[in-house]
Design a protein around this ligand. Structure first.
Ligand code: FES
Length: 125
């Protein structure tokens, strides 16, 4: 099942090192999209603001019927982008969305902000 990486493309870090013509979020989105290219289990999309503006850059990891997460405080870098994609692939491989800590890429450790349980199915309402 596909895991989606939703990337805020309007995040701006206080210590921004990216060219002024581009937000940190835009730069990070391009890096994540490049890292995810060719993946059969992960897709990406961009949104403007995930309401975590004070601790960008931010992404969300989501899959139908699975635990969902938001992660933030990323500096836009290829290493961080590759870590997010690697984590998203492990999330896609997991039946519940839970990924064992021992398998987390180093680049995502310390970046989790929230966890959301999956919604109940309509059959249980
Ligand atoms: S601008 Fe990125 S979370 Fe608000």
């Amino acid at each position: 099942m596909t895991t989606w990486i939703t990337i805020c493309d309007t995040c701006k870090r206080e210590d921004s090192v990216v060219m002024p013509a581009q937000t940190d979020g835009e730069a990070f989105a391009a890096m994540i999209e490049a890292a995810a290219e060719g993946s059969t289990r992960v897709q990406t999309r961009r949104v403007s603001c995930l309401m975590g503006c004070s601790h960008g850059c931010n992404v969300a990891i989501q899959g139908t019927g699975k635990l969902a997460y938001t992660l933030g405080r990323f500096e836009p870098s290829p290493e961080a982008a590759e870590g997010i994609v690697s984590y998203a692939e492990a999330h896609a491989d997991s039946d519940t969305g839970q990924v064992p800590f021992r398998t987390w890429p180093q680049a995502i450790k310390g970046h989790f902000v929230t966890r959301h349980p999956p919604l109940p199915s309509d059959d249980t309402a």
